[in-house]
Design a protein around this ligand. Structure first.
Ligand SMILES: Nc1ncnc2c1ncn2[C@@H]1O[C@H](COP(=O)(O)OP(=O)(O)O)[C@@H](O)[C@H]1O
Ligand SMILES: [Mg+2]
Length: 394
């Protein structure tokens, strides 16, 4: 399956690591968990190149490696990941909040894959998300033919997770309408779901069928700070979650390494021979960080555009430039592609952001060019690409 789909789920991409970790750490696990909490953290933050070895005498099935280095997946503080894992073993949900593109979704997918072996039990929160998507719906043909009965019930991913004792993911929970968020409150506090349509005879009297959460069930929700919805979540719902704020990657070298590896991987998926230009990578990560923080690496202040300059967006630009350079070789130097793509990222919400990018060119880019940076000199020559009459087509 990994061969023929664009983006396989985490549990499939990393199945070798997950199987290895299952046998590597045989310590006690929270009920319903596939791995120990420690192994979950290791899976997510990696072992820094170090190879873990199965203890002598471990009886691992065929195909499980005897020793394996676990790759780093989420770049961030180990303590944060530890707190997330501890929350999942507790009776509260986990809410990951942060700017777009800080890997909240990725982290929730990795956690679900490691704890429950599946990241597929997911509800995408939107203004159109209905209570059915949190609870259950019906197969109407069966419902009409035989009335409400268990086989006619179509469980939501949440109900499935509750029955199986698995982690359920709710993406962008703050975009859901209040009544949908309310459905989550009782679920998270009572850990059960009532299905009034299914009568269940209790001592000869009709009763409501109640599904109780199996051990291992919990919820990871994500929310974007830019949606401004987190503050509007009801106090009751907030109390049912432990909040973890996910910040952009603090260290420039770690961010460069991440962008390099992600962009190279996405280029390789197009064609094995496609290469990422190191100077372009360097300039892109620098520019993204400068504009994200409003302060350059040298400490000069610059005006921030209103757009989020996320790492995820940087990966996508780096890959696009690599692909364009590969499919249209020798038409232009690769540096000349940078301004157009940067403008595409910056110019989304506010027309004034073009001016802010031009101001960045007139301050930081100019100073670096004057300081002798070759790529920055070239970028300065390309300033006109950013001007309005120039259009985005170049
Ligand atoms: N700290 C990080 N660690 C690993 N990858 C990151 C990190 N920050 C951003 N990324 C990149 O961004 C992409 C994830 O974005 P996503 O999970 O959709 O973000 P969000 O849900 O916060 O908007 C990842 O696939 C990865 O390439
Ligand atoms: Mg997301």
């Amino acid at each position: 399956m990994t061969q023929n789909v664009q983006i396989p789920p985490a549990e499939l991409i990393h199945q070798d690591e997950l199987r290895f970790l299952q046998h590597f750490d045989s310590g006690p696990r929270p009920p319903g968990w596939r791995l120990t909490p420690r192994a979950v953290v290791q899976f997510i933050v990696g072992t820094g190149g170090e190879k873990l070895k199965l203890a002598a005498g471990t009886k691992a099935p065929e195909g499980v490696a005897q020793s394996l280095a676990i790759c780093e997946k989420f770049v961030g503080q180990r303590e944060l990941v530890e707190r997330c894992v501890v929350t999942l073993a507790s009776e509260r949900g986990l809410l990951l909040v942060g700017e777009p593109g800080t890997a909240k979704s990725m982290l929730s997918e990795l956690l679900a894959a490691a704890v429950s072996g599946t990241s597929a039990l997911t509800v995408q929160g939107t203004a159109g998300t209905t209570e059915d998507q949190i609870r259950y719906g019906w197969n109407y043909a069966l419902l009409m033919a035989r009335g409400p009965h268990p086989e006619a019930l179509v469980p939501s991913p949440v109900l499935t997770g509750l029955r199986r004792g698995a982690i359920v993911r709710i993406e962008e929970v703050t975009r859901c309408l209040p009544e949908v968020q309310d459905a989550l409150i009782s679920l998270l506090s009572d850990r059960r779901m009532a299905i009034p349509e299914l009568d269940e005879a209790v001592d000869g009297e009709g009763g409501t069928r109640i599904e109780f959460a199996a051990p291992g069930f919990n919820v990871i929700a994500t929310a974007n700070l830019r949606d401004r919805g987190v503050s509007e979540m009801s106090a009751a719902l907030k109390r049912r979650f432990n909040f973890e704020v996910i910040a952009p990657i603090a260290d420039i070298e770690r961010e460069k390494n991440l962008v390099r590896s992600r962009a190279s991987a996405s280029l390789a998926r197009v064609d094995q021979s496609f290469q990422l230009d190191e100077a372009v990578l360097e300039a892109l990560v620098t520019a993204f960080r400068d504009l994200r923080s409003g302060r350059t690496v040298e400490g000069w202040s610059v005006e921030k555009p209103t757009t989020v300059m996320s790492t995820a967006e940087c990966v996508s630009v780096a890959s696009s430039i690599g692909i364009q350079a590969a499919y249209f070789p020798s038409e232009r130097d690769v540096a000349s592609l940078i301004p157009g793509y940067l403008l595409g990222v910056v110019l989304k919400d506010d027309a004034q952001d073009r001016g802010r990018l031009l101001a960045y060119w007139d301050s930081a880019v100019t100073r670096r060019a004057e300081g002798g940076g070759r790529l920055w000199k070239r970028l300065l020559e390309l300033r006109s690409v950013l001007e309005e009459h120039h259009g985005r087509s170049t």
